[in-house]
Design a protein around this ligand. Structure first.
Ligand SMILES: [Zn+2]
Length: 262
């Protein structure tokens, strides 16, 4: 009897806690598209196709070190501003694509501030979401993000995001490449029962990073699939309509044992 009461209370506590984290029911077939590293094809290929399908997305931008082989392969800030004007989300991927697990607080702050300042100077909405470059992260990264009031931070891990159990600074995602179409289509079927599928894409195509290349025809076939099957395709910031990130940070302990790298 005592045991039953204990489990009843536990169930009730969990239910109340879930209700505080989830603001409104998360619909099935909810997908977040995210694009990393600012390759030029995100401006020339990705943005026009997303507009054609009426989908939103988040672009995690960075500049990389200045000695990168060919700067014309990356978006310039005028193009990044154009994405913002088109209604897409511009978010922070550090200035130099830094492995933030190796940074002290000042270093992390400088990496974030640089992107925030350039956005400010171009009248781009202040970035409030973050993606870990190279999926490098550790517990102190979370407190640095909290100090600067970031809302969500995206990692890897190849599993769906469950807002009731995943900490908002450890949001999992699947990364696309030219060989994992089957895995990505399977990933999209997992967007149900309160879980959200988040995809990480790089260049479409990605010339400098062939291991994360997504050919334009394959990308178009994903958009077609999402459209035909009535998926809701949003930017990461739009998750705030469904999830109270502040409450989730209070209630969910960060779990570094779950997969977070792709
Ligand atoms: Zn990156």
């Amino acid at each position: 009897m005592k045991n039953r009461l204990f489990f009843c209370l536990l169930f009730l506590t969990c239910a109340v806690s879930a209700a505080q984290i989830v603001k409104q029911p998360i619909p099935d077939r909810l997908v977040v598209l995210t694009f990393d590293d600012a390759p030029a094809s995100q401006y020339s290929v990705v943005a026009p196709l997303l507009k054609e399908y009426g989908f939103n997305a988040t672009f995690f931008v960075c500049e990389f070190p200045p000695n990168y082989r060919d700067s014309s392969l990356y978006m310039n800030w005028r193009q990044i501003k154009a994405l913002d004007t088109m209604g897409f989300e511009i978010a922070n991927h550090t200035r130099t694509h830094a492995n933030v697990s190796k940074l002290k607080k000042e270093g992390f702050d400088a990496e974030l501030s640089y992107i925030e300042h350039v956005c400010d100077s171009l009248n781009i909405e202040k970035p409030k979401n973050f993606a870990y470059p190279g999926y490098g992260l550790d517990p102190k990264s979370l407190s640095f993000l909290q100090d600067r009031n970031y809302v969500f931070a995206r990692a890897g891990g190849s599993r769906p995001y469950n807002p009731i159990i995943d900490h908002p600074y450890l949001i999992p995602s699947w990364a696309t490449d030219e060989n994992n179409e089957g895995e990505i289509l399977e990933a999209l079927t997992k967007a149900k029962n309160g879980k959200i599928t988040i995809l990480t894409l790089h260049g479409v195509p990605d010339i400098e990073h062939p291991w994360v290349n997504t050919p334009p025809e394959l990308f178009k076939s994903y958009l077609e699939y999402l459209s035909i099957n009535n998926y809701t395709v949003i930017a990461l910031r739009d998750l705030e309509q469904y999830i109270n990130a502040k409450e989730a940070k209070k209630k969910i302990a960060p779990d570094f044992d779950k997969p977070l790298k792709n």
